[in-house]
Ligand binder design. Sequence first.
Ligand SMILES: [Zn+2]
Length: 440
Amino acid sequence: MSESEPTRVTGESEVADLCRELIRIDTSNYGDGSGPGERAAAEYVAEKLAEVGLEPQIFESAKGRASTVARIAGEDPSRPALLIHGHTDVVPANADDWTHHPFAGEIVDGCVWGRGAVDMKDMDAMTLAVVRDRLRGGRKPPRDIVLAFLADEEAGGVFGAHHLVDKHPGLFEGVTEAIGEVGGFSFTVNENLRLYLVETAEKGMHWMRLTVDGTAGHGSMTNKDNAITELCEAVARLGRHQFPVRVTKSVRHFLDELSDALGVELDPEDMDSTLERLGGIAKLIGATLRNTAQPTMLGAGYKVNVIPGQASAHVDGRYLPGYKDEFHEELDRVLGPRVRRETVHEDKAVETDFDGPLVAAMQSALSAEDPIARAVPYTLSGGTDAKSFSELGIRCFGFAPLQLPPELDFAGMFHGVDERVPVDGLTFGVRVLDRFIDAC
Ligand SMILES: [Zn+2]
């Protein structure tokens, strides 16, 4: 018999442990289905939800590629539902590069360390902690909430979100809005203002293979039609090419807010000076001002004295919402007529307005926990599972609330070495999400 009453478990008291336990399940996604842990993570999540009375379902799209979905009944079933989604897979990590082992989930210096600490087992843990706390206390959300913990986001979501949307769309019946990654984190401007960047748009992605056919021949002879030479010239032109600045609705809104916050006019045509003021988040923002196409792989040849008949390269292309056609036209112009272009993988751009009751709920939840909070919309240069859910007409926001110390290079944490999240950030997120659900 214990001397004292056991302390009551709350969302705030268990969130760090949930995050650590999730990190210890190695869910590395190598892109070829060889990763070990998505099934174990799906079962872990299902168990944590079942403990508080939910009836989670596990869906396997291929062996081991498992996602968990559950629905929480709200006070008013006639209202449309809200989706809260998070992925359970992570990008691989090389333990030798890390200060603390990436799959140990240690707490050091007030942070939970490990692969997935910010992308995005933090939000998975916060969601579990809030939901468990509410259900233990019998606190229903005002409307239905669908929870989705997904496999395969880091390789495009084909075996996770895309699979569920294509094969089990009924799970998302009545869902009109969603929150997930990558947004809701803080950027401290000064002692009177902290911005929380809510993702309202994502660039589209187009991964391509470029091929040039030339004339094969002996390496000792003259050859005016060398595929390698032709391809390399085109790839070099593209790599050095700067696409023009295009200010989309979301970027305009973000710049207006920032300009107001900093008290200066920001000229989108002269973003270099603006980006300098933004410190770490400049990495996130810089790429949202224009289309980009980065050469990432090269391949040609098999012997030093043989000119191959073909050379190829891969390009990671990203276009702004509304600029897909312009992107392709410009791309083909820069590459020239000799280059053939094929699609390796493609996913659309998404954008929604930063307005309405759900946005107001985000702002009020943040303000209640941080008096100097101001939510602002921003565009993500990468992609998330929001692309899949937008197929169902769902308005998607990146809102995984975290208050961060100003000195932490948050953008550098994503897929970076020594990824970590402050425990205080997690407990802050739990409180904000709980208030957000009350107001949603
Ligand atoms: Zn992520």
